[in-house]
Design a protein around this ligand. Structure first.
Ligand code: SF4
Length: 472
């Protein structure tokens, strides 16, 4: 699940062309007198619908003709040639996501508090964003035009929420009729055209588990290597998603799922040479089970979906933990690292080792998520209110929070609280870092020098869609 930087305006969806947002100084675009807010509507006579079309239609072309709608309304034609590798120096508006036509039982939008920031309510279902950012689509309402586009423009891989290959179950989960839920032919067409697929199953106890899960994983594995991998992630219930057809994921359910899927993973490793069906980290943590080894995850094909993130962290933390030079950093000994309740114990164990080897006194604070409630315990969904609720427990000189809890293009937390308001209320320096940034910090890099600390300040024009923070 992913979040968009900007809530789409429906009125903009049908406007032809793509709007320029920036023209680099000294670039070919500047030479052509292109300006921010100009709209490129055609390239070499072909209509441009968005940035992807523009990229596709200009790629490899040296003789180009643009039809450009200027802000005055005037339509002009620009004919030019360029060297093969010459960049135009143009930045474009974000793609406005197409919205889904499903009513999924477990839709994350239903689980949001009403005052959550508006971008969390965008129900995107867009093959372009699937290709660009790994957003999942269900393919249920994909048009013939979109199917053609995936094939023509080679928008591969695509990330597809399959949930179940049993049609009745899939339709039930998506809240649509079986005809709409049936994506067999569409998937087949993509695979026949060598479009690669990463699949996802949101696992709902008593609905798509047990024999239905086994059938789903076997059906998908039959298409390996074009279906590259499948992620199985547990449904997350907040206190707002109270649909009585949904059952909470318990530790016992996780243990049973691990046992069931482990058998299939062994089989797939033997027959396909890959684990193929990967369980979300949350399942292992909830089960109290050991996180699988590095080999299990291969090249971490679904790490952004919270699959293998903990293993990746633990392995890279090994390189950090013995770094004696970290103690040279004065600030390091008095930091508090804030995380969610799920990742808290894992991080605590690593920081304990780090402290004893480096003589530091770094603290880990696992914060309960009262904003979403339910069984939400991931760090990425902590709100400003949750952080303020634990203010009294922080007695260090600086605080590190997970960077994903802040919107990528502006300093706003998930409940709409602004970052500067949080900093003022906590009255301490706060540094948002991702796991990589945290490791840099523990390795001795001064916290203010960690490059992605303030993404919105570094690149305020970044309008790209960003991943939903539903990971560890
Ligand atoms: S596909 Fe389902 S989960 Fe995704 S936005 Fe639509 S209704 Fe929600």
């Amino acid at each position: 699940m992913y979040e968009f930087a900007v809530t789409p305006a429906v009125t903009q969806l049908r406007r032809p062309g793509v709007t320029i947002t920036e023209v680099s100084q000294g670039s070919l675009g500047e030479e052509l007198e292109l300006q921010p807010n100009d709209r490129i509507v055609k390239v070499n006579g072909r209509t441009v619908r968005d940035y992807l079309d523009f990229r596709f239609q200009t790629g490899g072309e040296t003789d180009l003709t643009f039809h450009v709608r200027k802000t005055t309304g005037e339509l002009i034609e620009i004919e030019f040639d360029r060297d093969e590798s010459e960049d135009l120096g143009l930045m474009f508006e974000q793609i406005m996501p197409r919205q889904c036509a499903n009513e999924c039982l477990f839709c994350f939008c239903k689980g949001n508090p009403e005052d959550a920031r508006p971008s969390l309510f965008v129900r995107d279902e867009d093959i372009r964003l699937s290709f660009l950012y790994g957003n999942y689509t269900t393919l249920s309402s994909i048009t013939a035009d979109e199917m053609n586009r995936i094939v023509e423009q080679r928008l591969s891989p695509q990330y597809v929420s399959v949930h179940a290959t049993d049609l009745r179950t899939r339709a039930y989960l998506l809240g649509v009729d079986e005809k709409r839920a049936d994506i067999f032919e569409k998937l087949q067409r993509l695979l026949d055209n060598d479009i690669e697929i990463h699949a996802q199953v949101v696992l709902c106890p008593e609905i798509n588990d047990g024999t239905i899960l086994e059938k789903t994983l076997r059906d998908l594995a039959a298409h390996f290597p074009k279906v590259i991998s499948t992620a199985v992630v547990p449904v997350a219930l907040t206190r707002y998603n109270t649909d009585e057809r949904l059952t909470a994921v318990t530790p016992e359910f996780c243990r049973q799922t691990i046992k069931q899927v482990e058998k299939l993973q062994k089989e797939f490793r033997k027959t396909l040479g890959t684990t193929f069906a990967f369980l979300g980290d949350e399942i292992y943590i909830k089960a109290g089970a050991e996180i699988p080894s590095r080999r299990h995850y291969g090249n971490y094909p679904q790490i952004e979906d919270g699959v293998g993130m903990v293993r990746s962290f633990l392995n890279s933390f090994e390189k950090v933990v013995n770094r004696g030079d970290a103690v040279a950093q004065r600030e390091i000994s008095s930091a508090t690292i804030v995380t969610g309740e799920m990742f808290g114990p894992i991080l605590q164990e690593q920081i304990d080792r780090y402290n004893s080897l480096n003589g530091t006194k770094i603290k880990v604070l696992a914060v309960p998520n009262t904003y979403f409630g339910g069984d939400v315990a991931v760090a990425g969904l902590l709100s400003g209110k949750d952080l303020l609720a634990v203010r009294d427990q922080i007695d260090s000189d600086l605080v590190i929070i997970p960077s994903h809890i802040i919107k990528s293009d502006e300093p706003v937390l998930i409940d709409g609280m602004r970052f500067d308001a949080l900093t003022a209320a906590v009255d301490l320096p706060i540094y948002p870092l991702d796991l990589k940034g945290l490791q840099q910090f523990l390795s001795g890099t001064p916290v203010e020098k960690i490059s992605h600390t303030y993404e919105w300040q570094r690149n305020p024009r970044n309008r790209a869609a960003v991943r939903h923070p539903a990971t560890v």
